[in-house]
Design a protein around this ligand. Structure first.
Ligand SMILES: [Zn+2]
Length: 697
C-alpha cells in the first residue's frame, strides 16, 4: 500500500540544502575530522547551546570551512586553545590557518548558540515530503535536528567521526546514529552519549521522553525509542527488526552498524538514517508498517546509508531498496503477489507520468511528488527486476554482494552498479543502461497482424510486435495457450516491427505478449482501470458539489481535493456545471447529484442511493459509512468521474484525508473512518492479448 515511502536522510539533505554535492571547493577533499560535540538543550526557549571540539588532520588548506546554521549566534572559535578570528556568513564559518598549522594536527573549538523553531505539522494533509520541510526544531514536546541543518559545525568535505553528548532536562533522551554510550541522570538533567566511528555524511538528532528497550542479536543492539503511548509496540518492532537484519545479512553481507533503532518522532515523519529509522507515532501504530516500511528502512542500511549514493548520476538507492524490500516481501508471499506488484508499477507509471513530465532515471534525486516517486522507486525497482531476469539469480545477487563488500561507505553511481553486474554476468549491459537509466521513457508494444496457418497438422501462428518511436530493444516472452497447455517462447524485440512465428500442434486459443509483466512499458488506456491515482494525475479537475450539501461535507471536500493534490481544481455547484465544462474535465462529485448526467457508468457490483450504497453484495446504510469510487467519465473518453459519498458528516473529513493513500484502488468503502472494502476494476482487453474465437476441435 502506498502510504508512506521512506527514504534515507542523506538524500533529503542533498535536496533540501544542496550541500552534499556542492561542498565548497576551497579545500581539497580528504580532511579527517574527529568531532566531540557537546549540546545543551533548553527546550522552553527552543534553544541549543553548543560546543564542538574538532581534531583535524590538516591537508595543506589555508582555510578551514565549516557549515553552521545561519541561525547560530554568539559564535566563538579557538585554534589550539587560542582565540582565532573567523568569518561567518551565509551558513559558512571560515577560519584562516597560519602557515605552520596547515600540515599539522589541529584542535579547533567552536562555541555557539542557536534557536531552532521550525513549525511542526501535527496533522498534515499531504504526505509527499517525508519531513514536511522541518529541518530543525526544539520544543518541550520533542526536538528534531536534521543532518545538514547546521545544528553543529561540520567541516566541509571531510571524513568525520563523532562523539556526541546531549544534556537536556531530566527525562529527555537523545538518539542518533552510531553506538549508545548510555543515558544517565545527573540531578535535574539527563545526559545522553553517542559515538559514531564510521564515516557518516552528517548526523541527525532526535530528543524526547523516550522509553528505551534493547536487546542484543548477534552482537548488534536492536532498540526501540518509543513515547509512553506506544510502549506496547516495542516487542513486535524488536522482533521484526532482528528478523530483517538477519534476512539482509544473509542476502548481502554483515550489517554495517552496531545498532538499529526504531525511533518515534513527535510529528509524523518517515525517515531512514544510518542505523535508525524515525517514524511518527501514528505511523508506528499502523499494523502494516512493520511488514513494509520498517523492512524498507532497514534495507537502506545496506543501500543508501551503507553503500552511499553518488548523486552526480542520480539516486539508485530507492529503486534498489524498493526492489529488495517492498517487492521482495511480495515475492516471499507468492508468485502472484509479486506479479501484481510489478503490474502496479506499470500502472503507476502509465497514469502518473506523462511523456511531458517524464525524465531519465539518472536524474532522479529524491521523491517529492507522485512523478518523482514513480520514476525513482517504481521504475527504478523494475530496472533491477529486468537486470535480474537478464543475469539470473546467482549473478544478480552475487553482484549486489560484490558491491556491498567493495563499496561500503563509498559514494557509488549507476556506472559502478553497471560494472558490477557486467562483471558477474560476463556481458555488456551498456545498451540496457543506455535505454533504461540514461534515457527517459518506456516502450509501448502491441501485437499486430496475428494470424494462423494450418498445414500438416500444425498451426503456425504468425504476427509481429510493433512499437512507436523511440524504439526499445528487449527480450519479450510470448505465451501461446491451447486447451491443453501454455507454451512460452522468447523473442528479441527491436525497431518498429519484430515478426515472430510459433508452432503449435493444437488449436491456439490465446496469445499473450509479456504475460508476467517482466518488461517495463507504458500501458494502453484500455489496460488501466480507473483509480484514485488517475484522479491525482488528472490535468484539471472540477469538484462538483451536489445540491443541499451539508457545509461540513463541503469542508471535507476541500480537504479531499488538497490531500489528493488535485491540479487546476475548481469547485462548482451542480447547477453551475454546463455540458462543455463536464466534457473538458475530470470530475469529482461530492454527494449524490440530482442530475443523472453526472452519475458515472457504474459496474454491477456497486449501486448508490442518497442514504445507502451496496458494494460487492454488502449494504452500507449507517451514518458512519462512506463510499469513494473512480469510474469512467459519463461523456468524455480517457477521463474519469469520481464519487465521494459520506452518508453523514461524521467521518467525512477523516475519510477525506485517507483516500490519497489508496492510490491504486478504484473503489473504497469506509465505516467509522476504517477501510472495509477496496478493489480495482477488472481490465479485460489489452493490445498485448490476442484471442481466437472458440470452436470445438
Ligand atoms: Zn527508501
Amino acid at each position: 500500500m502506498e502510504f508512506f515511502k521512506l527514504k534515507p536522510g542523506l538524500r533529503i539533505m542533498g535536496i533540501l540544502l544542496g550541500l552534499l554535492s556542492s561542498a565548497a571547493l576551497s579545500q581539497a577533499a580528504g580532511l579527517t575530522a574527529a568531532h566531540h560535540i557537546q549540546i545543551e538543550l533548553i527546550p522552553n526557549a527552543r534553544k541549543l547551546i553548543g560546543q564542538n571540539e574538532v581534531t583535524i588532520k590538516a591537508d595543506g588548506s589555508e582555510i578551514l570551512e565549516f557549515r553552521l546554521s545561519k541561525r547560530a549566534t554568539h559564535v566563538e572559535a579557538h585554534v589550539n586553545q587560542t582565540p582565532r578570528e573567523f568569518s561567518f556568513n551565509n551558513g559558512r564559518l571560515r577560519i584562516p590557518l597560519k602557515p605552520h598549522e596547515r600540515s599539522d594536527e589541529l584542535r579547533v573549538a567552536i562555541h555557539y548558540t542557536a534557536i531552532f523553531d521550525d513549525p511542526v505539522p501535527i496533522r498534515p494533509v499531504n504526505t509527499d515530503n517525508p519531513g514536511f520541510g522541518v529541518t530543525a526544531t526544539i520544543s518541550e514536546q520533542g526536538s528534531f535536528l536534521l543532518a545538514g541543518a547546521g545544528w553543529y559545525p561540520e567541516l566541509v568535505d571531510s571524513q568525520a567521526t563523532y562523539k556526541l553528548t546531549v544534556t537536556a532536562p531530566s527525562g529527555l533522551i537523545a538518539v542518533t546514529a552510531g553506538r549508545s554510550l548510555g543515558h544517565k541522570i545527573n540531578g535535574e538533567k539527563t545526559i545522553s552519549g553517542w559515538e559514531v566511528n564510521y564515516p557518516v555524511e552528517g548526523l541527525s538528532l532526535s530528543v524526547a521522553r523516550y522509553l528505551v528497550e534493547e536487546k542484543s542479536v548477534n552482537d548488534i543492539t536492536v532498540a526501540t525509542y518509543l513515547l509512553p503511548q506506544n510502549k506496547h509496540l516495542a516487542a513486535a518492532y524488536l522482533r521484526a527488526t532482528a528478523d530483517y537484519l538477519s534476512l539482509y545479512s544473509d542476502l548481502f553481507g554483515a550489517y554495517p552498524f552496531q545498532k538499529f533503532a526504531v525511533v518515534e518522532n513527535f510529528f509524523p515523519t518517515g525517515f531512514g538514517f544510518p542505523s535508525y529509522t524515525l517514524l511518527g507515532g501514528r505511523v508506528l501504530q499502523l499494523p502494516f508498517i512493520i511488514h513494509t516500511s520498517l523492512g524498507h528502512e532497514i534495507a537502506h542500511c545496506w543501500w543508501g546509508n551503507g553503500v552511499y549514493v553518488d548523486s552526480s548520476q542520480g539516486n539508485w538507492s530507492e529503486g534498489l531498496t524498493a526492489y529488495v524490500a517492498d517487492y521482495r516481501f511480495k515475492e516471499m508471499k507468492s508468485y502472484e503477489a509479486a506479479r501484481d506488484h510489478r503490474r502496479q508499477w506499470l500502472r503507476n507509471y502509465s497514469t502518473l507520468v506523462s511523456p511531458q513530465n517524464d525524465f531519465a532515471l539518472e536524474r532522479f534525486q529524491s521523491r517529492y511528488d507522485p512523478v518523482t516517486r514513480t520514476i525513482g522507486y517504481d521504475k527504478g525497482a523494475m530496472i533491477f527486476h529486468m537486470i535480474r531476469q537478464t543475469l539470473g539469480e546467482e549473478s544478480f545477487w552475487g553482484a549486489l554482494r560484490d558491491i556491498y563488500r567493495t563499496r561500503l561507505f563509498r559514494r557509488t553511481s549507476w556506472s559502478d552498479l553497471q560494472q558490477a553486474f557486467e562483471t558477474r554476468g560476463k556481458q555488456s549491459l551498456q545498451d540496457f543502461f543506455d535505454q533504461w537509466v540514461y534515457r527517459g521513457g518506456a516502450p509501448r508494444f502491441s501485437l499486430d497482424g496475428v494470424r494462423t496457418e494450418y498445414t500438416g497438422g500444425i498451426w503456425k501462428v504468425k504476427g509481429q510486435i510493433i512499437q512507436p518511436k523511440p524504439y526499445f530493444a528487449v527480450p519479450l516472452t510470448l505465451a501461446l495457450q491451447t486447451a491443453k497447455q501454455t507454451a512460452y517462447q522468447k523473442i528479441f524485440v527491436s525497431g518498429r516491427e519484430t515478426p515472430f512465428e510459433l508452432d503449435s500442434d493444437r488449436r491456439p486459443q490465446k496469445l499473450i505478449a509479456d504475460p508476467d509483466d517482466d518488461i517495463f512499458r507504458r500501458l494502453f488506456p484500455s489496460e488501466i482501470p480507473s483509480a484514485v491515482n488517475t484522479l491525482k494525475s488528472a490535468s484539471s479537475v472540477l469538484t462538483v458539489l451536489s445540491e443541499k450539501l451539508d457545509p461540513e461535507i463541503k469542508k471535507a471536500a476541500g480537504v479531499l481535493a488538497l490531500s489528493l493534490g488535485l491540479k487546476h481544481n475548481v469547485f462548482v455547484t451542480e447547477s453551475e456545471l454546463n455540458g462543455q465544462m463536464l466534457a473538458e474535465n475530470d470530475i469529482l462529485v461530492i454527494g449524490i447529484p440530482r442530475r443523472n448526467d453526472l452519475l458515472p457508468k457504474m459496474p454491477a457490483r456497486i449501486t448508490v442511493q442518497s442514504d445507502s450504497f451496496v458494494l460487492n453484495d454488502r449494504r452500507y446504510d449507517k451514518a458512519s459509512d462512506t463510499f469513494f469510487g473512480v469510474f469512467e467519465h459519463p461523456t468524455a473518453t480517457n477521463r474519469v468521474a469520481a464519487l465521494f459519498i459520506p452518508l453523514s458528516v461524521q467521518y467525512a473529513e477523516v475519510v477525506a484525508r485517507k483516500i490519497t493513500h489508496y492510490g491504486k484502488y478504484s473503489y473504497l468503502a469506509f465505516q467509522s473512518g476504517k477501510n472495509l472494502d477496496k478493489g480495482i476494476w477488472a481490465v479485460e482487453t489489452s493490445p498485448l492479448l490476442y484471442e481466437w474465437e472458440q470452436t470445438r476441435e
